[in-house]
Design a protein. Structure first.
Length: 282
């Protein structure tokens, strides 16, 4: 049975950095992730130069209420479970390192310029961009969107954590702008994908008049309910991305039990969306 929804406007706890001194899980701790069961992919990103995936809540090590593929520290789950879950993602995708952020529901963009020696978690950012091969850029979510970006011309990628505050602050446009300035990305060349996230069926905001600018009020599909998939689509278009290059999963995380949902469960884990440029050896 679904738990009561949290009061609208509440801000979920920030995903924290791993406790100091934690070590990666031992190699004998085997993962259960199966790409065909636990990972959603977008056909538009089908390129041998790219890896990506949206991982559902199954196939990991974490116990309830974070069961089982929780990728976030600071929620009460054992850090060794989180590290093991992240290692499983790296193995499935074939990437060397994961770069994530302690997301704060704002609009700062972090440019990853080199390969870290180990998995990295940067403080205070809600978007990541890179052109470094072999790195997986990871967003942690439980109703918020991950908006993945791929520039096939300049071989660069980006990923955005877009909750309602990020939409209000237009974090998507700021990420596209960062890719333009850093990699000379032409927005019209970008391919974008919007992950499973809170759908218009469940995105109720009773305080929207004080929380949202008037420009977003037109996305109200019925009293107090908003279509944030459409908001992100239009913000991508406004940033120069072509409409036919925008792809939406159209899976509501609150409706399905396959993904963590803060709104449905309150105390829960975070699932991962990851994108990166495949390492070319030779």
């Amino acid at each position: 049975m679904s738990m009561p929804k949290p009061p609208k406007g509440d801000k979920p706890p920030s995903e924290d950095k791993p406790p100091k001194g934690d070590k990666p899980p031992s190699e004998d701790k085997q993962g259960f992730l199966q790409p065909n069961k636990n990972m959603l992919t977008f056909p538009a990103f089908s390129s041998f130069l790219l890896f990506h995936g949206v991982f559902n809540r199954y196939g990991g090590f974490s116990p309830a209420p974070w069961d089982s593929q929780n990728v976030s520290f600071g929620l009460g789950d054992d850090s060794q479970n989180v590290l093991a879950n992240r290692e499983g993602i790296k193995k499935v995708l074939g990437c060397r390192q994961l770069v994530s952020a302690r997301q704060v529901h704002e609009s700062q963009v972090f440019v990853v310029k080199e390969t870290p020696k180990e998995d990295s978690n940067v403080d205070g950012f809600d978007a990541l961009v890179t052109n470094v091969q072999g790195l997986g850029l990871m967003i942690q979510q439980a109703d918020c969107q991950a908006v993945m970006l791929f520039d096939p011309e300049k071989m660069a990628v980006g990923i955005v954590h877009a909750g309602w505050r990020g939409s209000v602050n237009d974090v998507i446009a700021k990420t596209v702008s960062a890719m333009r300035h850093t990699f000379a990305t032409e927005p019209a060349a970008l391919i974008a994908a919007i992950s499973p996230s809170l759908g218009p069926c469940c995105a109720e905001f009773i305080n929207y008049r004080s929380e949202f600018p008037v420009s977003l009020h037109r996305y109200q599909v019925r009293p107090n309910y908003f279509d944030f998939w459409a908001i992100s689509r239009d913000q991508l278009c406004a940033a120069g991305v072509r409409l036919d290059n925008i792809h939406t999963a159209k899976v509501c995380t609150c409706c399905t039990q396959d993904y963590f949902s803060y709104r449905r469960e309150r105390e829960t884990g975070r699932f991962a969306s990851v994108i990166g440029i495949r390492e070319v050896k030779g």
